[in-house]
Design a protein around this ligand. Structure first.
Ligand SMILES: *Cc1c(COP(=O)(O)O)cnc(C)c1O
Length: 433
């Protein structure tokens, strides 16, 4: 399928000129006294999201880590994290010596289930990280109500949802402090790695910028004094990255509109196929369409005796054979990831802190995440390019062709020796020994 239609990111003469401008201008880091591309990107993203402050950092994981650092939570405190997300949501929690407590997701939106979240709150819970998975904002009204009633801070992980709206507000502007990623695969990319943090709280913002660079106060107009006011690392963004993203941000809404049109007509078409559940968008929000997740139901095909996972597995083979790049996104709920079961990496901390919550590794405590992983497939990247409409049309044809022959596929699903997607992840040598 044509690279010019599916290539991502879209790089125009504007990006080339912007990067050359950095090389010629000599302001290479975020210490640009407000005059360089990093400062300009911070202003642009704050304006776009409608927030007061923005700090640019080295990547989305660092953005979450600094957002947590700014909240200054006691080590061993608990932070709610969805069980179905990228591990980059949960690692920053561990980096801050906080305990991630996993929460199951909603079967339709794939985002944190507010009721399951409420049930997971304990005396030690201090914050919730909400992930707008695949680009659809989570139920922020319910999660905000929960946070306020229990005195918790709300953090958005908007890495997949740049430009999406929830009740008229932009993703990445609704929590107390919010993070997003500029990784080249995201909807708002840079030519490499980057991240952005937003908040309306001046004190949180000051703590973030101190911690972005060795605890030093480098606010515009001051000479560097080499005094570290707090123990902190180095998580700055480079000006080349900022320059590239600024041009992408200027085109984000235009690209979103074209992508939404392509994706919606694709989903309209395949959503008519029996047994296929296309993503749903509640009326109070918009979807950034970062990833398309399709669920499959054997009962919906009139064959409830067939296992949904086996149906998904044969469809995966058939669709790939027809050139549709379907793939899993996450093969196990996060608590089942080997690193979380073995607690390796930080010498057993934060779980060794006295009174810290015991980890919940049993993936069967997250039945919705398991079902979604088992019976769904995703389409990633190929639809991001605003010119990908024709490619999606061809994908829709391939779906229709496979569905025309679905009666031939069902016996294969019945006969196959089926293993769930998490089989390899949870059957590590340590466990079978
Ligand atoms: C990409 C991503 C991250 C991490 O961002 P990086 O820039 O890759 O560090 C975190 N959370 C989610 C949901 C992501 O998709």
């Amino acid at each position: 399928m044509g690279k010019e239609l599916t290539g991502w990111p879209v790089i125009t003469e504007e990006e080339h000129a912007a990067v050359r401008g950095v090389l010629d201008g000599g302001l290479f880091t975020s210490n640009d006294a407000g005059r360089g591309e990093v400062s300009a990107l911070q202003r642009d993203w704050a304006a776009y999201t409608g927030t007061r402050y923005c700090a640019a950092v080295s990547n989305g994981t660092a953005a979450l880590e600094l957002a947590l650092a700014a909240l200054d939570l006691e080590p061993g405190s608990e932070v709610l994290v969805p069980a179905l997300t990228f591990i980059g949501t949960a690692i920053p929690v561990v980096q801050r010596l906080l305990v991630p407590v996993f929460v199951d997701v909603d079967p339709v939106t794939f985002t944190m289930d507010p009721q399951a979240a409420a049930a997971a709150v304990t005396e030690r819970t201090r914050a919730i990280i909400v992930v707008h998975l695949h680009g659809l904002p989570a139920d922020m009204t319910a999660l905000r109500a929960l946070a306020d009633s229990r005195g918790l801070k709300l953090i958005e992980d908007a890495a997949q949802a740049q430009g999406a709206e929830y009740q008229g507000r932009r993703a990445g502007s609704i929590g107390d402090v919010n993070a997003t990623s500029l990784n080249v695969v995201k909807n708002l990319p840079t030519c490499g790695e980057g991240g952005l943090i937003t908040t309306d709280d001046e004190e949180l913002y000051e703590r973030i910028v101190l911690r972005r660079q060795f605890g030093e106060d480098l606010r515009a107009g001051k000479d560097r004094d080499y005094i570290s006011r707090v123990l902190a690392g180095n998580e700055k963004l480079s000006a080349v990255q900022a320059a590239f993203t600024r041009r992408q941000l200027a085109r984000l809404d235009e690209y979103h509109a074209l992508r939404a049109k392509n994706v919606e007509s694709f989903l309209d078409r395949i959503g008519r196929l029996p047994g296929l559940l296309a993503p749903q968008v509640p009326a109070d929000r918009t979807h950034a369409w970062h990833i398309l997740r399709l669920r499959f139901s054997a009962a919906g095909l009139g064959h409830p005796e067939v296992c949904d996972g086996a149906l998904r597995a044969v469809l995966q083979r058939a669709l790939k054979a027809e050139g549709v790049p379907v793939a899993p996104y996450q093969v196990v709920p996060l608590p089942g990831q080997r690193a979380f079961r073995e607690l390796s990496g930080f010498g057993g901390y934060p779980w060794r802190i006295e009174g810290a919550a015991r980890p919940r590794h049993d993936i069967h405590e997250f039945p919705v995440s398991l079902a979604v992983i088992e019976d769904s497939l995703t389409i990633q990247r190929i639809h991001l390019n605003p010119a990908a409409g024709p490619v999606l049309d061809r994908c829709a044809e391939a779906f229709e062709k496979v569905w025309d022959r679905i009666e031939d596929l069902l016996p294969l699903a019945r006969a196959m020796e089926y293993r769930p997607p998490w089989h390899a992840a949870v059957n590590t040598p340590e466990e079978s020994a």
